[in-house]
Ligand binder design. Structure first.
Ligand code: FES
Length: 125
């Protein structure tokens, strides 16, 4: 039912945990299942995501998409990272079963929220 990439990211999640002194924090919950995730980001002075980590209390698909979204966001500018959609995350994982597509909302939304949080706290250049 799951692609090899999903299984890989589920079994060996990348960037799990929390960055120290985060510049932005995004917390989202999935109303459909009650799962939650938290994304923390560190932003450098070029507005690039220097580090990003996640904590997810959720199903395997939520863990795999969280792991993938951190890999996709790392090193990107905030503008580029803000463009990462849940579909892009699911595609990068080789697809998700239709009934699990909602799980990828958490990862993409968590990242967006962390970026918004950073922007709301930081005077824009
Ligand atoms: S079932 Fe809750 S995020 Fe997947």
């Amino acid at each position: 039912m799951y692609s090899e990439k999903v299984m890989d990211h589920f079994q060996n999640p990348r960037n799990m945990g929390e960055v120290e002194n985060p510049d932005g924090v995004g917390e989202v919950g999935n109303p459909q299942c009650g799962d939650v995730m938290r994304i923390t980001i560190k932003v450098d002075d070029q507005d690039k995501i220097e580090d990003v980590k996640f904590k997810t209390l959720g199903c395997g698909a939520a863990i795999a998409t969280s792991s993938m979204v951190t890999e996709m966001a790392k090193g990107k500018s905030l503008d580029e990272a803000a463009q990462i959609s849940k579909k892009a995350v699911a595609d990068a994982l080789g697809g998700l079963p239709p009934q699990k597509m909602h799980c990828s909302n958490l990862a993409a939304d968590g990242l967006q929220k962390a970026i918004e949080d950073y922007r709301s706290k930081t005077p824009q250049k």
